[in-house]
Design a protein around this ligand. Structure first.
Ligand SMILES: C[S@@+](CC[C@H](N)C(=O)[O-])C[C@H]1O[C@@H](n2cnc3c(N)ncnc32)[C@H](O)[C@@H]1O
Length: 281
């Protein structure tokens, strides 16, 4: 992670904290699928990469129980601070925290039964190198489970705002390529990267992530405070920016139900691979 990216993640951490209840609820099904596919069970020692506010680490800590242990890691210290608060609010005592960058992974603890990374791998500088380093901290036979976003056209919770905001300001579309949240949306290519990093028994599936908002206004506030969009349009005049956000609200209202609430069903990819057990002949 570059110093610039670290500054960005540190500065969005407060917005992430404010909206944590909505994002945590939306991600539960996919998170549970990842834990199951990675075979996480009672007593396991697990490392969570790019933990953000720590809800994957919390779900995992509940699953492994008091005889297990979770190491929650992230490259952005502000995220880890909030993760520490959240984990203690859940009365979990089997989680430790460490600042760790998966672009240059250095962990003292090794031989984990499993590794996890929810919506973080897309930001790897060199995906195969990071995956190989992650595999290197797992015990033989240990599993790694990850979640990445599917194609942008199936993630309307992000795309509606991105599209309307940029069109309204006459700016080019938001980048959805390498290094962005959608940079790993090609499932076959992702599986090939897992293979290139030495993982075996690779499996993946598409899972729905359902976001619920009480109104279009709430949805747009969520997007303003939890994304880097404000920063991307900061060079535009304030009046134009406010008009563009109002356009996003109008467009979002078109998807609202009679009680004004909104539901976005998005596609995410859950993938697992195993650090092969060594064979001696
Ligand atoms: C989209 S958030 C996901 C957070 C959390 N896993 C979740 O699902 O809510 C991405 C996270 O990846 C972290 N991150 C980005 N690049 C990283 C890197 N190279 N090493 C470790 N963490 C990284 C950011 O600090 C941020 O917390």
């Amino acid at each position: 992670m570059t110093e610039n990216n670290k500054r960005d993640w540190n500065s969005t951490a407060a917005g992430w904290k404010k909206w944590h209840p909505i994002s945590e609820r939306a991600a539960r099904t996919a998170t549970e699928t990842m834990l199951q596919m990675a075979g996480v069970s009672e007593g396991d020692r697990v490392v969570d990469f790019a933990t953000g506010l720590g809800d994957t680490a919390a779900a995992c800590a509940k699953k492994v129980g008091p005889s297990g242990h979770v190491l929650a890691t992230d490259a952005a210290p502000a995220m880890l601070e909030f993760a520490t608060e959240y984990i203690s609010s859940q009365n979990l005592t089997n989680v430790n925290f460490q600042v760790a960058n998966f672009d240059e992974l250095k962990l003292e603890m090794k031989n984990f039964d499993a590794g996890l990374c929810r919506w973080g791998l897309m930001f790897a500088k060199d995906l195969v190198a990071s995956l190989a380093a992650i595999r290197g901290v797992l015990r033989p036979g240990g599993s790694f489970g990850a979640i990445v976003w599917g194609p942008p056209e199936r993630a309307e919770v992000h795309s509606l705002t991105n599209r309307v905001l940029m069109q309204s300001l006459g700016l080019p579309p938001v980048n959805t390529g390498k290094g962005t949240p959608f940079g790993l949306c090609d499932r076959e290519a992702l599986e090939r990267s897992f293979g290139a990093a030495g993982f075996t028994n690779i499996e993946s599936q598409a899972v729905s992530v359902v976001y619920d908002f009480s109104s279009a206004e709430e949805y747009v506030q969520y997007r303003r405070e939890r994304s880097s969009l404000e920063k991307q349009i900061a060079h535009c005049p304030e009046e134009a920016r406010e008009r563009a956000w109002a356009d996003v609200v109008s467009e979002a209202r078109k998807c609202a139900r009679p009680d004004r609430s909104l539901r976005f069903v998005n596609e995410t990819i859950v993938i697992t691979g195993q650090n092969a057990v060594q064979q001696y002949f």
